[in-house]
Structures are given as structure tokens and as C-alpha cells.
Design a protein. Structure first.
Length: 499
């Protein structure tokens, strides 16, 4: 046997057991990874299908909390009490610590959730009364009252919790969950308390919806109708305290303010109606609670409270962009349409005024027409903007363009232009006659208002400015117009690409 074969035989005998051990270990590790992945997949499937009892309890409690927070936050936002929930949530912290310290003296377990929440409610109500009392003091506004109550009560709560940590049971008390939240530790009893308190708060707010609506929009009118604004404010703050109390265990006092503000603020982008706003805010809050708790159950490493707030913030961002009432996108579209409409109206009025003197002494006046150079002189337009407005006006049947480049009003365009000119000059006459505005300045002032004049206001202006014997018509301009020039101009590029 050669030396090479001997070495190869030796290595085979030595490495074969090691290779066998390595392959067996790799197969076992792969099997364990498959088992872990299978267990995780099965656990995730159980969570999604709501087969786990604790998951159902947590999702139910978080959803009801979100619904109640959305309804309560709608009134606090419209009442301009958005930061009241923040102050009251911090004001409840001393009550939690004092309830833990005083519970043994009353023969009650200091870790009882009902005892701790009762202490939080009492402390929160004291904070609410303190805010209302400070607000009634002279020379102090509401922001000062909120800052005083928030800082003083939270400082007292931290000091009391420091004392609690030094007690025999303080280290295992778990009171830090009231600061940061611990949704996953919610029991069926906790969910029952959240459901009862949340539904009770919703019922109270809906029953007092009419006086609370008057309070939010017109406090003076509510007082004239015989409602006590102090008691209504106290009722609203009591509801905020209740929602804050039941939300301490779920998201904590630091993040509880998010559930009271964000759903209502997001709903504001979708509607101008208070009943619809309440419904939308409740849906956003409930969806945030359900989705955040579900994500936390699928990924146990992420705490439920912050995830719920992050989902709520995502829904706010989507509402901010796509809200059908006040969303950024719809407002930009409306603003662009309004600007296009204003430019189109200026185009029609400019053509009519440029040819206003041409019809004098003519039995059948021609349709008003103007060249591009004339229109560019009377308006600060670019050639591309003017071309785009001419193209759009032509699509609507208001103008057409001749071969020599002149823009001519159609019959329909002339009717619209005469109405615009009449509205413009009526407002000019009103400013000169009743507002003492100089004739040289009324043109720009009228440009800013003529596009939003309602028909009723136009009729009132006619009755106010026209004499009863005078025939209705278009008044003459109170200031000199631009001098008309011959309608000769280069043809504008009104193709779609040029526009």
C-alpha cells in the first residue's frame, strides 16, 4: 500500500465518525427549528382565529377602551380640553400609591385592582376640581391650571411610589404597569371593569350630547339656555377621569392621552358633523385598540400600549392625508379647482371688459374677443397659464379661438361674463359708497370677494345701490379700465402638451 493510500485510509477512519456526528446534530437542529417554527405558526394561527381565551379577553378590553376613548375625546377636543386628559392621567398617580399604602389598614389586599382604580378615580376627580378652581381665579388661564395640576400631582405620585418601593410588598407590587401599561396581563375581571365603565361613560355622554354640544361650540349660549357650564365641565372631566382610570392598566398614564386625542383629531378630517365625528372617532379608537393588541399578541416582544398608540398614530396619518373633509389631498384638490375657477372667471371678465366699448351704437354687437397680448397685459399670467385656461374654458363651451389667435366668447360665455362683471362692479360700488374705499383700490378688493358672492347678497346689493327707477343692468366701472388694443396676436399653443 502506498503512502498516499495509507494517509487517505487513516483520514477516512478518523473523519467518518465526526462526519456522522455532525450530520446527526444538523438533522436534529433542523428538526428542532422546524418544530419551533411549527409551534410559532400554530400559536400565531390560534391568535388570529381567537382560539386563545386570554387573547379574546385582551382584545375585548382594548377595543372597548378605544371606543370609549374616541367618544370622550370628541367632546374634549371640541371643548378645547385636549390636554385635560393628560393632566388628569398624571393626577391619578398619587391615588394609586396612596390606595396601595392605605389598603392594608382597611383589611383589603393592596394589589386589588378595584382598590387601586378607586384611588386613581378619587385622585383624578380632585385634580379635575383643582383645574376648574384655578381656572376661575383672576389672571390665570387654563394652560396654567393644567400645568400646575399635571406637574404637582405627578411629582407627588412619584414621591409616593418611591415610598411604596421601600415597603415589604412594594418590590413585587407591579405599580409601574400603571405608568407604562400592561395590556397582556389583563384578566377577565379587568376586561369586565373596562367594559362596564366604558359603556357607562358612552351612555352618559350620549345622553348629555345636546348640552355638551352647546358647551363645546358656544359656552355663552349654553349658559343663556339655563345650563350650568361649571357642572357640564365637571361632568365632562368626570368622564375623562373614568376613561383614564380604566386605561391605566392597558396603556398607562403616559400614553393614555393618545387614545383621548388622536382618534377624535383623526375623525375631524373626515366630517364636519358632530354625530358622525363621534362615530368615526369611536371606530378609529376601537380599531386601534383591537389591532394594537392583536399585533402585540402575535409578537410578544412588543408591549401592547405603545403598539396601540402607534396604530392610532398610523390611522391619524392616513386620515390627515386622505380625509374627505379636511384631508391634505382633498384640500389641495379643492384649492386647485378653486384657483382654476377664479382664473377662468378672470379670463371671461377680462375679455368682456376689453371689448366693452366696441358695442356702443351697434344694433347687434359682435361676440367679445380679445388677443393673447391684451389678456397678458391685464393679468399677471404666464403664457402657459393663459393657454391652459383658454383650453379649459373652450372645453366648457365658454370661448373658442380663431385662426388669428383671438379668444372669442360664446353666447354662453357672454352670459357668464356679464354676470361676473356685474357682481364685480356691484361690490366695487358698495366699497366706494359704504366703506369709503378709494376708487383706485376697489378693483383688487373686488377681485378677492366677487367669486364667493351668493345670489341673495347680489340681490341685496342691487336693492341697496340701484335706484328704484333705474333699470337693472351692468353698472359702469367706477375706475378707468385698460385701454383696448386691436385684436391681433400670435396664436397661443393650446394643445394638451403645451397646457
Amino acid at each position: 500500500m502506498s503512502g498516499h493510500s495509507v494517509v487517505q485510509h487513516f483520514l477516512t477512519l478518523r473523519l467518518l465518525p465526526a462526519l456522522l456526528v455532525f450530520s446527526l446534530a444538523a438533522e436534529r437542529l433542523a428538526a428542532e427549528e422546524v418544530d419551533v417554527a411549527g409551534e410559532q405558526g400554530a400559536s400565531g394561527l390560534r391568535v388570529i382565529l381567537l382560539q386563545d381565551y386570554n387573547t379574546r379577553v385582551v382584545l375585548f378590553g382594548a377595543t372597548v377602551l378605544g371606543l370609549a376613548s374616541g367618544v370622550t375625546g370628541s367632546f374634549t377636543l371640541l371643548r378645547k380640553r385636549a390636554l385635560t386628559g393628560d393632566a388628569l392621567s398624571h393626577a391619578s398617580l398619587p391615588g394609586v400609591g396612596l390606595a396601595f399604602l392605605l389598603a392594608p389598614a382597611m383589611g383589603v389586599s393592596p394589589k386589588s385592582l378595584s382598590v387601586l382604580l378607586t384611588g386613581a378615580a378619587i385622585s383624578g376627580m380632585i385634580g379635575a376640581a383643582t383645574i376648574l378652581f384655578i381656572r376661575r381665579l383672576p389672571r390665570l388661564k387654563e394652560d396654567a391650571a393644567l400645568g400646575i395640576v399635571l406637574s404637582v400631582f405627578f411629582g407627588g405620585g412619584v414621591a409616593i411610589l418611591t415610598v411604596v418601593q421601600r415597603t415589604a410588598e412594594g418590590h413585587a407590587a407591579g405599580l409601574d404597569s400603571f405608568i407604562y401599561g400592561q395590556t397582556a396581563a389583563m384578566t377577565s375581571g379587568d376586561a369586565f371593569v373596562i367594559a362596564v365603565t366604558g359603556l357607562l361613560t358612552i351612555a352618559v355622554l350620549l345622553a348629555a350630547r345636546r348640552p355638551l354640544t352647546l358647551l363645546c361650540f358656544d359656552e355663552g349660549f349654553a349658559a343663556c339656555r339655563g345650563y350650568s357650564t361649571f357642572l357640564l365641565d365637571l361632568l365632562l372631566m368626570a368622564c375623562v377621569v373614568l376613561i383614564t382610570m380604566i386605561g391605566l392598566r392597558a396603556v398607562g398614564l403616559i400614553l393614555m392621552i393618545a387614545l383621548l386625542i388622536i382618534p377624535a383629531a383623526a375623525a375631524r378630517f373626515w366630517t364636519e358633523s358632530l354625530p358622525r365625528m363621534i362615530v368615526i372617532a369611536a371606530l378609529i379608537g376601537g380599531c386601534s385598540g383591537f389591532t394594537g393588541a392583536l399585533i402585540s399578541a402575535l409578537a410578544p416582544g412588543y408591549p401592547s400600549g405603545p403598539v396601540i398608540v402607534l396604530v392610532c398614530g398610523l390611522l391619524f396619518f392616513l386620515s390627515f392625508l386622505g380625509g374627505t373633509s379636511r384631508g391634505v389631498l382633498i384640500r389641495s384638490v379643492r384649492r386647485r379647482r378653486l384657483n382654476d375657477s377664479i382664473d377662468r372667471e378672470h379670463l371671461l371678465r377680462g375679455i368682456w371688459e376689453l371689448r366693452e366699448g366696441d358695442a356702443c351704437g351697434v344694433s347687434e354687437p359682435p361676440s367679445p374677443a380679445a388677443g393673447a397680448e391684451e389678456l397678458l397685459k391685464i393679468r399677471s399670467w404666464s403664457v402657459s397659464l393663459l393657454s391652459r385656461q383658454i383650453l379649459r374654458a373652450a372645453r366648457e363651451g365658454l370661448v373658442f379661438q380663431r385662426s388669428d389667435g383671438a379668444v372669442v366668447l360664446t353666447d354662453r360665455g357672454r352670459i357668464v361674463a356679464e354676470r361676473l362683471v356685474q357682481n364685480h362692479r356691484l361690490w366695487e360700488l358698495y366699497l366706494i359708497t359704504h366703506a369709503d374705499v378709494a376708487a383706485g383700490r376697489v378693483d383688487r378688493e373686488a377681485d378677492a370677494i366677487e367669486h364667493v358672492l351668493e345670489p341673495e347678497l347680489i340681490e341685496r346689493l342691487k336693492k341697496l345701490l340701484y335706484s328704484r327707477s333705474a333699470a337693472p343692468g351692468i353698472p359702469s366701472s367706477p375706475h378707468p379700465l385698460e385701454s383696448a388694443t386691436p385684436v391681433v396676436s400670435e396664436k397661443l399653443d393650446t394643445a394638451e402638451g403645451g397646457a
